[in-house]
Design a protein around this ligand. Sequence first.
Ligand code: MG
Length: 249
Amino acid sequence: MITCKSQRELAYMKDAGRIAARAHEELAKAIRPGVTTKELDEIAADFILSRGGRPAFKGLYDFPANICTSINEEVVHGIPSPYRRLQEGDIISIDIGVELNGYFGDCARTFPVGDVSDAARELLRVAEEALYRGIAEARVGRRLSDISHAIQTYVEAHGFSVVREFVGHGIGTSMHEEPQVPNFGPPDRGPRLKPGMTLAIEPMVNMGTHEVVTLDDNWTVVTKDLSLSAHFEHTVAVTNGRPEILTLP
Ligand code: MG
């Protein structure tokens, strides 16, 4: 069942989403060559807790850390580690979930570490723009797959690919609610969008093949061809007017 949230509930979700977005801003200041992903995990957790929130990925399906840190060919669900140091030229995707007062916010960004290649920079640009193309379709009267189709069309027009195995999702009083929000597919399929629906839209964009593999740690997802991957995500509410992003600082 897809739930539609009241104005009051959307306000709660915005409060949770704001903490997640601000945690990203804190991390942006800390990301540089030499920092470990474990240090980033601690910075994010300290910030979220100091604002009264809870790092919502910790323990979710037994995930062992506060945030996900996925470097270069890692697509999603990378586990922060004291042994993993960022290097000049890396890209790092960071996914942050926050729970506050029983409501959830979820957002991801991919950051360049120092100076990155032109190709990597283009990948980040296209992945982020694809997110906004998807968000633009989150309107009353459109159907769910209009979001998916807009993302896939934009990404593939730029020579990149979208991951199939992992998708966006409804969100609200749980991190993962119905419906699933794929980043690919034909337009005009699935449920019609209604005011109060809240969706985490999250294109995962690969430079090479769309195929992915999960590593032996049972979490880290990497591209099958080890090409770079980027991930951008916002939690978005469908309203009677423009789509409202709930994960803004
Ligand atoms: Mg998500």
